[in-house]
Design a protein around this ligand. Structure first.
Ligand SMILES: Nc1nc2c(c(=O)[nH]1)N[C@H]1C(S)=C(S)[C@@H](COP(=O)(O)O)O[C@H]1N2
Ligand SMILES: [Mo]
Length: 390
């Protein structure tokens, strides 16, 4: 069934985090949706990717060429919207402008297709020797559907990164081993491990090798961490050109449960389970650990990384981690509605989550400690052989 959305009302949705953290690999149906316009319904048999700009001559690649004429690579990578956790920033700090995302604008999937660098290699790049190669960008564009703020959707990444095979940038045909679904970019999307979701262009029909960043609205006037003194749209106008476009996102973690304000049952010596996900910073993964505090950061206890398990493996460099912490019953009993339970992530790059990203007008890259609070502890009656004793 075709779901029709308009440019005024695109599909933007996120799953509850309790559901999201049930599996290491997020199913396509569960993964959040972020769109700036309606979906285009495309025919993979006729769809072409055009590559132009500073190349010997522009080329057009069919989906079967991308699938059959190039070595296929697979990467496990989290995909996160820069606005993930915005709700907490706007309610805990100060109002911001943007969709009211909770903590579910993130997923963790396998993505496969040819390596971007292999495809670009085939294009015989024509960079002028007198140009500073560092300023060159590769833009990833979609002209297949209307978007809210520009003529097309566009993003760009420095050329040096695009040519670096170790960054595992993929022109993805498949998500979790099956062709992309329409909402996630069928038949082709840019997969940019370690880079904010806004750069993962869906329905990718055009790549251009160009002497600077993409001029698209979503690269130049959105997805930037404006300084804290910018508090209005009008003030932002002067700052957009001065502030870098977000590429990597900061280290992060959240607590999926117990949910804030919920009732937690404690019985005899059963620990209370606290759980969530954690994300490494940009290319600094994998996540090596998560700590939990119930005394506002005075002391921290290490949580268990449930997934991926062998967390130091290189293949989890851009993956998330699912963690659990068994809060001992005797400590759970000390919890009051004023208690805050915090989580903080640590990654292989030595980053420790401490919420360094300041309040910003667009509410992006929020990474304060994961938190749950307002819990009500309910002492359960003891149960011996199924018989309850008061
Ligand atoms: N063509 C196109 N690509 C796009 C977008 C879009 O609106 N149009 N949204 C971007 C943003 S902001 C995010 S966070 C991710 C969301 O990907 P998903 O909907 O597959 O979760 O896609 C990115 N790619
Ligand atoms: Mo996004």
């Amino acid at each position: 069934m075709r779901l029709e959305y308009s440019v005024e009302k695109p599909l933007n949705r996120e799953p509850p985090t309790r559901d999201l953290i049930k599996s290491f690999i997020t199913e396509a149906e569960t993964a959040y949706d972020r769109n700036h316009g309606p979906f285009p319904y495309l025919d993979a048999d006729t769809f072409l990717l055009r590559i132009d700009g500073a190349v010997k001559s522009p080329i057009h690649l069919s989906m079967s060429t991308l699938r059959n004429d190039f070595t296929q690579h697979e990467v496990i990578s989290a995909l996160q919207c820069a606005g993930n956790r915005r709700h907490t920033m706007r309610t805990e700090v100060k109002e911001v402008s943007g969709l009211d995302w909770n903590d579910g604008a993130v997923c963790n999937c396998t993505w496969s297709g040819p390596l971007l660098s292999d495809v670009l290699q085939r294009c015989e790049l024509e960079l002028k020797a007198d140009n500073d190669n560092d300023s060159w960008h590769v833009s990833f564009n979609c002209h297949q559907t209307d978007v809210q703020d520009d003529e097309y959707y566009g993003a760009s990444i420095p050329l040096s990164r695009c040519m670096d095979r170790t960054k595992m940038m993929i022109l993805a045909l498949d998500m979790n081993g099956s062709p992309l679904t329409v909402n996630h970019g069928f038949p082709l999307r840019a997969v940019m491990p370690g880079i904010a979701g806004a750069r993962w262009t869906k329905w990718l029909d055009h790549i251009r090798l160009q002497p600077g960043e993409s001029s698209n609205f979503y690269m130049q006037r959105d997805y930037k961490i404006l300084p804290p003194h910018v508090t209005t749209k009008e003030q932002a106008l002067a700052y957009w050109p001065l502030v870098p476009a977000i590429q990597g996102l900061p280290i992060n973690s959240i607590i999926a449960y117990p949910e804030p304000g919920s009732t937690v049952r404690v019985s005899t010596n059963q620990p209370v389970e606290v759980a969530g996900y954690a994300l490494p910073q940009a290319d600094d993964g994998p996540v090596l650990g998560v700590d939990v505090s119930i005394d506002r950061g005075v002391t921290w206890e290490a949580a268990e990384i449930v997934f991926p398990g062998d967390e130091s493996a290189e293949k989890y460099k851009w993956a998330w981690a699912i963690w659990k912490y068994q809060l001992p019953a005797r400590l759970a009993r000390t919890i009051t509605p004023e208690t805050k339970i915090w989580s903080r992530a640590r990654d292989a790059g030595g980053n420790i989550q401490d919420g360094t990203i300041p309040w910003n007008y667009r509410g992006v890259a929020y990474n304060a400690y994961g938190e749950t609070k307002g819990l009500c502890i309910l002492e359960e009656e003891q149960s011996v052989n199924g018989v309850k004793h008061g």
